[in-house]
Design a protein around this ligand. Structure first.
Ligand code: GLU
Length: 464
C-alpha cells in the first residue's frame, strides 16, 4: 500500500521529543511505501499560534532530517497548507453539512454549557452536550442568526448505533454513538474546530495514513462521522502510545521533556535523535546504528508497541556516541568548530581525531582543547597521586621522552625498561601527568598536540 501521510503540528509551542517521534514515524511510513509526506500547520487557535513559531517548527523539522513533498513553505497541489488560509474550504463543507441535516446551529451560551456539564458530573455521568438546540427548527434558527445571535455549529451525531474503528496500533475499538454527544464543528467566532478542520484536510489532501499521539484516540470516531457525512474518504489511523518521562510520569521539564531546539543547541546530532526515536515505542529487528535508508527500510507499523514509551537519557547518550562515531571527520570538525578556538588551525584535524571518542557534546571539545593548549591545572588529589610515583620516575620519563619525543611507543617502552613498571602502573601516572585526568583519548594521539616544552613541564617531578 502506498501511504500518503502527514504531520500536522499546532504551532503553539516548540516541538518536543514526543511530537518529533510522531513526525518521524509518519515520514518513514510514507517514504518506505514510496508515498507522499505532507506538513500542515494547524493554526486555528490564533491566540496561541504566533507566526514565528510556525517558522521555527519547520526549521526544527528540517534539522531533524525530514523533508516533505507538500507544505506551507513549498506549496503543492492541495494547498494552502496553513489552516487559517483554508477558511473558505471549511465554510463550503460546513454549509454542505447544514444542508444535508448533519449539522445545526447551537445557541447555548458558555455558562449554560458549563452548568450542564457540572450537573452531569455531579450525577456521575460523563459530560456531553444534551443536544438541546437540535430541536430548533431550521426557520427558527435562521431567524435567530439573522438578528445576529451568536451560534456555534454542531454535528448531529446519530442517536444510536456503534462505530467500529480499526486502529493500526490498538486494533478494533467500538464506540457507542449515543455516548459521543453532538460536538462543535465551528466556533462562534467562525473558526473551525480541530475535529472538523483536521479530518477534512486529511481527506482533501489525499492523506490515507494518520499517525498521531494516543491523546487523539477518542477524537477518531467523531472525525470518521464527519468524513462519512461528507462522503469523503476515511484514512487509516494509528495512535502512538504517549512518551513518558524517565520516571514514568507525563513528560515534563523535570524528567526529560526537551524541545528539539534545546537538544540542538546543546549539541545533539539529528542522526542520534533519529536512531533514538526510531527505537522508542517501535522496535527494529535488531538494535544497531542505522543510516537513514535503513531507518526507513526497516521501519514497520506492525512493530509499534502499545506500552507507553519512556524517555531514557542514557539511551540518548548512547545514540549520540554512535552518531559521532559515524560522522565524517570534516563534519565532526564543522560541528565542533565554535569550541576549537584554542586549537591552531594546522592541528585541528589531529586534535579532533584524537578526542572524537571522548566527546558527547561540542562543549566537551572545549575542555580537551584547554587541556592540550593551555597550561595544565591539576587538582590537589592528582598532585598527591603524581608525587607518589617518586621524583626518579619522572626524571626517567623526561629523559626517555627527550630521546624519542616523536615516538610515544618507543619512549614508553624505554621508560618501562628503566622504571620496571608496565601496564597500568606505567600508563596511569603518565596519563594523569599529561592530562590531569583519569581517563581520556589515547595518549599516543594526544601527545603530538602538546609542545615539546609543555610535555617536559608536565612530566616534571612534583616538588614534595
Ligand atoms: N494539530 C494536532 C496536534 O498537534 C494534530 C493531531 C493529528 O495529527 O491529527 O495534536
Amino acid at each position: 500500500m502506498i501511504f500518503t501521510s502527514r504531520f500536522a503540528p499546532s504551532p503553539t509551542g516548540h516541538i518536543h521529543l514526543g511530537n518529533a517521534r510522531t513526525a518521524l514515524f509518519a515520514f518513514w511510513a510514507a517514504r518506505q511505501s514510496g508515498g507522499r509526506f505532507i506538513i500542515r500547520m494547524e493554526d486555528t487557535d490564533q491566540a496561541r499560534s504566533p507566526a514565528e513559531l510556525a517558522k521555527a517548527l519547520l526549521e526544527d523539522l528540517r534539522w531533524l532530517g525530514l523533508d516533505w513533498d507538500e507544505g506551507p513553505d513549498c506549496g503543492g497541489p492541495h494547498g494552502p497548507y496553513t489552516q487559517m488560509e483554508r477558511l473558505p474550504v471549511y465554510n463550503d463543507l460546513l454549509q454542505r453539512l447544514l444542508d444535508t441535516g448533519h449539522a445545526y446551529p447551537c445557541f447555548c451560551k458558555a455558562d449554560e454549557l458549563s452548568a450542564e456539564r457540572e450537573a452531569q458530573r455531579a450525577a456521575g455521568k460523563a459530560p456531553r452536550y444534551s443536544g438541546r438546540c437540535r430541536a430548533i427548527s431550521a426557520a427558527e434558527a435562521q431567524r435567530r442568526l439573522v438578528v445576529g445571535e451568536e451560534a456555534t455549529l454542531r454535528f448531529a451525531v446519530p442517536r444510536s448505533g456503534t462505530l467500529r474503528v480499526e486502529d493500526l496500533v490498538w486494533g478494533e475499538r467500538a464506540y457507542s454513538l449515543a455516548d459521543l454527544g453532538d460536538f462543535v464543528l465551528r466556533r462562534s467566532d467562525g473558526s473551525p474546530s480541530f475535529f472538523f478542520a483536521n479530518a477534512v484536510d486529511d481527506a482533501l489532501m489525499g492523506v490515507n495514513l494518520v499517525l498521531r499521539g494516543e491523546d487523539h484516540l477518542s477524537n477518531t470516531p467523531r472525525q470518521i462521522l464527519i468524513l462519512q457525512a461528507l462522503g469523503l474518504p476515511v484514512p487509516d489511523y494509528g495512535h502512538l502510545p504517549l512518551l513518558q518521562g524517565s520516571d514514568g510520569q507525563p513528560l515534563s521539564k523535570r524528567n526529560g521533556a526537551a524541545s528539539l531546539r534545546e537538544l540542538r543547541s546543546a549539541g545533539y546530532l539529528p542522526a542520534a535523535l533519529r536512531n533514538y526515536l526510531g527505537q522508542l515505542g517501535h522496535h527494529y529487528p535488531a538494535t544497531h546504528w542505522r543510516s537513514d535508508a535503513e531507518l526507513i527500510a526497516d521501519f514497520s507499523l506492525a512493530r509499534i508497541g502499545r506500552a507507553p514509551a519512556q524517555f531514557d537519557h542514557e539511551q540518548l547518550q548512547y545514540w549520540q556516541e554512535q552518531a559521532l562515531q559515524h560522522l565524517r571527520l570534516d563534519d565532526l570538525v564543522a560541528w565542533l568548530r565554535p569550541h576549537l578556538t584554542l586549537v591552531p588551525e594546522e592541528q585541528i584535524s589531529g586534535f579532533v581525531a584524537a578526542i572524537r571518542g571522548n566527546v558527547h557534546l561540542p562543549a566537551d571539545a572545549g575542555a580537551w582543547a584547554e587541556c592540550c593548549f593551555l597550561p595544565l591545572v591539576i587538582s590537589e588529589a592528582v598532585r598527591a597521586e603524581l608525587a607518589e610515583s617518586g621524583a626518579e620516575f619522572w626524571l626517567q620519563a623526561q629523559a626517555c621522552y627527550q630521546e624519542r619525543p616523536d615516538d610515544f611507543r618507543a619512549w614508553t617502552r624505554q621508560l618501562a625498561q628503566r622504571s620496571g613498571r608496565k601496564g597500568r602502573s606505567l600508563y596511569h601516572p603518565l596519563r594523569l601527568a599529561l592530562t590531569g585526568r583519569e581517563q581520556g583519548p589515547e595518549l599516543a594521539q594526544l601527545l603530538p598536540l602538546l609542545s615539546h616544552e609543555e610535555v617536559l613541564r608536565r612530566l616534571a617531578p612534583i616538588p614534595s
